[in-house]
Design a protein. Structure first.
Length: 367
């Protein structure tokens, strides 16, 4: 039996757009990458490791795990509670392959990160999607935990929750999410995807890391692709009980993380000055875009990440195509069931201004 699976579609390539439209100046605001580039300390660490690139990397990522443990500074988290993956996607895929079986159910909210659906389909599990909050206001399109809870059955094996959520940028408060997790049977694995947690934490929201101590079925995943600007290296980490991390070590390839990724991730995690600079620049960019969207009458979802999702209604496809022709790549959200929305990554000051000026011109031409 052939299983029809969803295909992930990454943001368009800069080189392809340059060739197609015969333009040199192209900016990519589609994949939620840190526009500042990686930490200088991380780059220095990466260059240093090239001297021994002929050697296999540390299969257990011991140094990086120690840096993560020190960074987290939690007495209940040891190296045995840390998984290092080839991107956090490797850890998500492990969860699906290990805990989902044919006929079991994977549960997540509609409009969630597309990878949850892909890996669940590949495990031949049944996809169960809850409804998002549909009432207008600050929580519009955020995860409706009551609806999510109502869909838990005896067949539910894994629940995926991104917090903050991608592609909406919305967030669930600690107390509400904590109460939800308390209500879930311990036999069900709960994955909290915190790929964007640094941005929400900067705005006063708490990570769920402190819940790991009392929930052996809880997995928290994090990424080095966003705030750390190491998307091209493919590296992320997960936090879980020793039982789950042992299962991951049985699943993963023996040298799943290359030396450069290990050393650059460790150096970046220790560069607190760089992280704070990136967060401040992101907030300035976010405020600038919101201010100008308000002036243009463009509606948007409240975001606690490094992107903002805008609603252009029936004009969305035309605006997207027009922006592409001017050298601006955004992320259309048709695959997420949101055809009237575009996701915009916060760029540099120059990129943000170029985008707003171009968008203003396009919207005026459509009137």
């Amino acid at each position: 039996m052939v299983i029809k699976t969803t295909t992930y579609q990454p943001g368009q390539n800069i080189n392809d757009i340059q060739k197609k439209y015969k333009i040199e100046n192209v900016i990519k605001l589609a994949s939620n990458e840190n526009p500042l580039g990686p930490s200088k300390k991380a780059v220095k660490a990466g260059l240093k490791i090239f001297k021994i690139i002929n050697r296999y990397p540390d299969s257990k990522s011991i140094n990086l795990k120690n840096v993560i443990k020190k960074f987290l500074s939690k007495s209940f988290i040891t190296s045995n509670n840390i998984m290092v993956g080839n991107g956090s996607n490797e850890i998500l895929e492990f969860i699906a392959r290990r805990y989902l079986i044919s006929g079991s159910e994977a549960l997540f909210c509609k409009h969630s990160f597309l990878v949850y659906k892909i890996i669940s389909q590949n495990a031949n599990a049944k996809i169960v999607e809850s409804k998002p909050i549909s009432t207008s206001g600050d929580e519009y399109l955020s995860i409706d935990l009551k609806d999510l809870r109502s869909r838990v059955t005896s067949k539910t094996k894994v629940i995926f929750i991104a917090n903050p959520s991608n592609p909406t940028g919305t967030i669930l408060k600690f107390a509400v999410l904590s109460k939800f997790i308390d209500s879930i049977p311990k036999r069900i694995i709960i994955v909290i995807d915190e790929a964007y947690y640094e941005y929400s934490e900067f705005q006063g929201f708490k990570s769920l890391i402190n819940l790991l101590d009392k929930h052996p079925n809880l997995v928290i995943t994090r990424s080095f692709s966003k705030i750390h600007a190491l998307a091209g290296l493919r590296i992320g980490y997960g936090l879980a009980s020793k039982k789950i991390t042992n299962n991951f070590n049985d699943f993963r390839q023996p040298f799943n993380i290359n030396y450069v990724a290990q050393e650059m991730a460790a150096a970046s995690l220790e560069d607190k000055v760089y992280i704070q600079k990136s967060l401040r620049k992101n907030q300035i960019g976010m405020n600038y875009l919101k201010l100008n969207f308000d002036k243009l009458g463009v509606s948007y979802l409240n975001s606690y990440t490094n992107f903002i999702t805008i609603n252009l209604g029936l004009s969305t496809k035309r605006v997207y195509s027009a922006l592409l022709s001017k050298g601006i790549i955004l992320r259309p959200l048709d695959n997420y069931g949101l055809p009237q929305y575009l996701r915009v990554t916060i760029g540099t000051d120059r990129e943000n201004k170029f985008f707003i000026n171009t968008l203003t011109s396009i919207l005026r031409s459509l009137k």
